[in-house]
Each structure stands twice: as C-alpha cells, then as structure tokens.
Design a protein around this ligand. Structure first.
Ligand code: NAP
Ligand code: HSE
Length: 429
C-alpha cells in the first residue's frame, strides 16, 4: 500500500475530529483508497495542552516543521484566522503540497489568490468543511450540479445561531446562556461575534455563491445582519404570526446581478427550513435541470466537520493516485454585477411603540402608503401607560421603500420607539 502522510496546521476542535476519524475508521478509509493514510505532525500554539487522539503525532509550534517536511503530502489547515493561515497555505502549495482547509474567513476574502496559487502549482485546494460542517454542499455544487444553471440558494448555514434561536424559541432560554453552551460544544468561532453578527454565514455564502454562479463573490459583497437584536418578544410575535425566526443566507442569480444577503428572517412554519433546529444546517439549491433540492446535516462540531475534512483528504488521495491534482480549483469564469441592498425585495416585520391616541394608526398607515407599501397583517396589544405596542407586517417591497416609510415614522411626534425591523421570507424560493 502506498503511504500518504498528512500534516495538520492546528489541532483544536476540528483537528481532533480529523485525527479521531482517521484512527477509528482507519481500516475502511485505507481500504477504500488503497493507501496507508496517517498524520505525522501537527502545528499547535501550546505544546503542553492535553489533547486526545495525538498518540504518534509529533506536535510542533514551528510551521516550517510541517510545510517544509518532504514526507508530508497533504497539509490540512484547521487553525483558523487570516494570518498566518494564508501565508502557510500559500507556502505549502508552493512547496508542492496539496491542501485541505476549513477556513471560510480566509477563502471568502483571499480565495482568488489561494486558488490561483494552487493552479500554478498543479495542486489541489479542497474546502468542503468551510461551509455547513458535515453537509456535502461544496462537492454537490462543484460536481453533482455541474450540468445545471443554479438560480438560487437559501439556507441556514450557521450552526451556532441556529442553536441559539432554536433554544430561545423552544425552551424560552436566554441568549447569552445558550451562546455559552454553543461555545462549550465547539460550535462557535474563536470570536463568537462572527457567528452572532452574521459574518460567518456571510463568508460561507460568499463561497457558495461564487461556486454556484461561477462568478467571484467575496465577503464584502454579501449584505449581513446578525441576530443580536432578536428578542424573546420578537420570537413570541413571530409565533403569533405563524412563523419562526431564523438566520437565513440567501443568494440569487437574477437578470440584474447577484443578490447575496444574510439576515434574521421570519419564516412561515410550513417552510421546510422552519423545522431545521439546533446545530443543524440546511440548504436549498435550485438548478434549471435538477429543480429544487435540499441538503441537511450538522453544520458544526468536531466530528461532522472532521468528516468533511477527511472526505477532502480522500478525494485528494484519489487525485494523487490518478495523477489529476489541480483539476478542480477555481471556476469563476463569469463576471456578474453584485446587487445593492436597496434593490432587495422582501416583506418586513416592524415592532414599535406609539401613543395610543386617535389618528395615530391612520398616520402610520399613511406613511407606509406614501412609500407604496401595503400591509400583510397587523397586531396591536392592549394599551399600557397610554402607549400601544404595534406589529406591522408588510407585503414584499424594496428596501428603499421601507427606508422612506421608516424615515417618516422616525420624525413622527407620536412615535415612542421602533424596537425592531426584521425581514420576512415567504415560501417562494
Ligand atoms: P480551535 O478549536 O480554536 O483550534 C485551532 C487550532 O489551531 C488549535 O490547535 C490552536 O493551537 C492552533 N492554532 C491557532 N493559531 C495558531 C498559531 N498562530 N500557531 C500555531 N497554532 C495555532 O478552532 P476550530 O474550531 O478547530 O476551527 C478551526 C477552523 O475550522 C477555523 O477556520 C473554523 O472557522 C473552521 N471550522 C470550524 C468548525 C467547528 O465546528 N468548530 C466547523 C467548520 C469550520 P492550540 O490548541 O495550542 O491553541
Ligand atoms: N461557527 C460555525 C457555525 C462553525 O456555528 O456554524 C461551522 O462553520
């Protein structure tokens, strides 16, 4: 059996998952690839930290020990962050190594440079684990749907926020308490602000959109808004409206360009994504030939993510055996414009407090009518201290129209407060 040697850059949550899978499923993986696969070395920051599955692996805090080791065929980057991860991947590719990475932060910004370097060196750069953990969405888009023109994707692609929103909805639990739990389970990023503020999902959506539409979409092209402003009151009103609140990632290839956005949204309970809970992720993909498809699985955690990394390792081993490395790198042969947020069309949920007096509601309705917006539903709660809490839900309108209505509202003397504005997605995909 040919021996294939792996070097890990990072041996934390994902690195341990990779090591444990390669140990526990060793016989099957080796037999399926007809090779003897093993991890030789791993880069860490703290050499003294106790870690499982490190028996027989040399730990080092010097990256050169891995990227310059002539025995190492495949470098697996699971350290995270931009630098030194970027420089180390480039150096590994330039040293003739094939690379697997789980690093969406890096790919969403520096993807072009990394793929160009892989191509120049005739090496593979695989990244299944960078989006939706254990869900094989990258290979589905790159390979299984290659016969299609993909028109849209809509998904839940951040496990941490889905875990938080599910626990707030189903168990009435507190945001910060659940976030702590998600961190303990190894779901959250090193800085969980990336999860909570929608940045992690935006990075993943940039990667998915680039692949799906064959055009370069970077992190800065994706509109993003997080879940930190979603309150228990919003969740309760959503329930009253027959909806749940989810952090959605949506990308569409339209006549006027690519629309890519991440934001919390009210979703009707009958929508298939509404029942995706906990750390689970799911993604709808619509192709012109295949029609509607949906992918579902655990979006974060040591083993689900490790599963995706090991599947990339196996693909690379097969390419090495066939002598076909470097054949499946960047494929951004189109150059579509990116749409601005002003042109997005969605429904809106607006929760506000106003004086409970005659004409106030009529004036609110006028502000929206003047912006060309009509209402889908309205909830008004009994008055307290001469104020009324009102929830307005609009039919789909352009973001610019909503802004016009909100500007009028904000300068209205009878307005006490706008608590929150959340988009509403309908069943249309
Ligand atoms: P983690 O648990 O924090 O592990 C990071 C590892 O990298 C640790 O072993 C750390 O060493 C090492 N490391 C970091 N910076 C280093 C440096 N400058 N020099 C040497 N070693 C360094 O992170 P993770 O959760 O495994 O995530 C790794 C990557 O996978 C990230 O890009 C993340 O976005 C991505 N990802 C994670 C998940 C998930 O569920 N966790 C899912 C999909 C993708 P020490 O152990 O000594 O601190
Ligand atoms: N922090 C990420 C999440 C890890 O919660 O989805 C998986 O990419």
């Amino acid at each position: 059996m040919k021996k294939i040697t792996i070097g890990l850059l990072g041996f934390g949550t994902v690195g341990c998952g990779v090591a444990s899978i390669l140990i526990n499923n060793r016989y099957d993986i080796n037999t399926r690839t007809n090779t003897d696969l093993s991890i030789k070395k791993a880069l860490v920051r703290n050499l003294l930290k106790e870690r499982p599955y490190c028996e027989g692996i040399q730990l080092s805090d010097n990256p050169d020990d891995i990227i310059k080791d002539p025995d190492i065929d495949i470098v697996v980057e699971v350290m995270g962050g931009i630098e030194p991860a970027r420089s180390l991947i480039l150096a590994a590719l330039n040293n003739g190594k094939n690379v697997v990475t789980a690093n969406k932060d890096l790919l969403a910004v520096h993807g072009y440079e990394l793929f160009a370097t892989a191509e120049e060196n005739g090496r593979d750069l695989y990244f299944e684990a960078s989006v939706a953990g254990g869900v094989p969405i990258i290979s589905a888009i790159r390979q299984s749907f290659t016969a299609n023109k993909i028109s849209s994707l809509i998904g839940i692609i951040n496990g941490t926020t889905n875990y938080i929103l599910s626990a707030m909805t189903d168990q009435g639990r507190d945001f910060s308490d659940v976030l702590l739990e998600a961190q303990e389970m190894g779901y959250a990023e090193a800085d969980p602000t990336s999860d909570v503020e929608g940045l992690d999902a935006a990075r993943k959506l940039a990667i998915l959109s680039s692949l799906a539409f064959n055009t370069r979409v970077t992190f800065n092209d994706v509109f993003s808004e997080g879940i930190s402003k979603v309150s228990p009151a919003d969740i309760k009103y959503a329930e009253e409206l027959g909806c749940v609140i989810k952090l959605l990632a949506i990308a569409k290839n339209q006549d006027d360009g690519i629309e890519a956005r991440v934001h919390p949204a009210l979703l009707p309970k009958e929508h298939p994504l509404a029942t995706v809970n906990g750390v689970y992720n799911a993604i709808f993909v619509v192709g012109d030939a295949v029609g509607e498809t949906m992918f579902y699985g655990k979006g974060a955690g040591s083993l689900p993510t490790g599963s995706a990394v090991v599947s990339d390792i196996v693909e690379i081993v097969r390419n090495m055996t066939a002598g076909s490395e470097g054949s499946l790198n960047c494929n951004c042969y189109r150059n579509y414009p990116i749409k601005s947020a002003d042109s997005f069309t969605t429904g809106y949920y607006i929760r506000l407090k106003v004086k409970d007096e005659p004409r106030v509601f009529a004036t609110l309705a006028l502000f929206f009518a003047e912006a060309g917006i009509s209402f889908n539903s309205i909830i008004q709660k009994p008055r307290s201290n001469k104020n009324a809490e009102i929830v307005l839900v609009t039919h789909p309108c352009k973001e610019g129209q909503l802004r016009q209505a909100l500007d009028s509202l904000n300068s209205y003397s009878k307005l006490d407060k706008i608590y929150n504005v959340i988009r509403l997605e309908t069943n249309e995909i």
